[in-house]
Design a protein around this ligand. Structure first.
Ligand code: 8X3
Length: 252
């Protein structure tokens, strides 16, 4: 039987991409899901195909008060979260630093760093109290390398890397595990959001080679979460076979 059967898994950014794929895979393992996203209609649509118990939370992780009150007000039966997948994240623009869009910078910092912190701060005390739990952050190769125009996005993902390592240190005297999955190029809505809805530009990012699919990353997340309690996978970096580094992709 799967080690994830009846575990409560909370996924942020669950309405699309890696979060959605992870929801599907955790459901197949028999986990109970708290799905968090801004777009509740998309979550409702997703749950129709999930054969497991779900609880949906409409929430923008940027909103500090809403994050804490949503976690505080989880209904009975959903309060004891076993696995937190900090997946919500976005990129905004690929402009040089002197031409950057400041609102886009704030969006990235507020979601990728501050949102992740709010959710973690709201949930981790319960994990410590219950004496079990697993925090899985979704980072990026941009947390290990910097590329032109990546400036603030890369900074936020470097912050996620630092926070993952910091959390692991702070929680070492508890049974809580902390892991990160850091993908390279995955075909999701990421580039469309990065380029403010420019579908053509976004499509171009994934052309000429085979990018990762969201399910490839979800595979790693679910594998990490299903290791025995004494096994803590620190970090997994995943590239498509056609990618050699953040900057090097082989286009055929
Ligand atoms: C997204 C991957 O390489 O576009 O995190 O930064 S990349």
């Amino acid at each position: 039987m799967s080690r994830l059967k009846d575990k409560v898994v909370l996924i942020t950014g669950a309405s699309a991409g890696i979060g959605k794929a992870a929801a599907k895979q955790f459901a197949e393992e028999g986990a109970k899901l708290i799905l968090v996203a801004r777009r509740i209609d998309r979550l409702q649509e997703l749950t129709k195909s999930l054969k497991t118990e779900t609880h949906l939370v409409e929430l923008d992780v940027q909103n500090k008060d809403s994050v804490f009150s949503a976690i505080e007000n989880l209904p009975d039966g959903w309060k004891d979260i076993d696995v937190l997948v900090n997946n919500a994240g976005l990129g905004r623009g690929l402009d040089k630093i002197h031409e950057g869009n400041v609102d886009g910078w704030e969006d990235m910092i507020n979601t990728n760093i501050k949102g992740l912190l709010y959710v973690t701060r709201a949930i981790s005390p319960h994990m410590v109290k219950q004496g079990s739990g697993h925090i899985i952050n979704v980072g990026s190769i941009a947390g290990h390398e910097v590329y032109p125009g990546g400036n603030v996005y890369c900074a936020t993902k470097h912050a996620v890397d630092a926070l993952t390592r910091g959390m692991r240190l702070d929680l070492v005297d508890t049974p809580i595990r902390v892991s990160t999955v850091d993908p390279g190029l995955v075909e999701t809505e990421f580039s469309e959001v990065r380029f403010y809805g420019d579908k053509e530009k976004a499509k171009n990012v994934y052309q000429g080679y085979k990018p990762l699919e969201p399910g490839d990353v979800a595979d790693a997340i679910v594998w990490i979460a299903s290791r025995p309690d004494h096994v803590q996978i620190a970090e997994i970096i995943i590239f498509p076979t056609d990618q050699g580094s953040a900057m090097v992709t082989h286009k055929r």
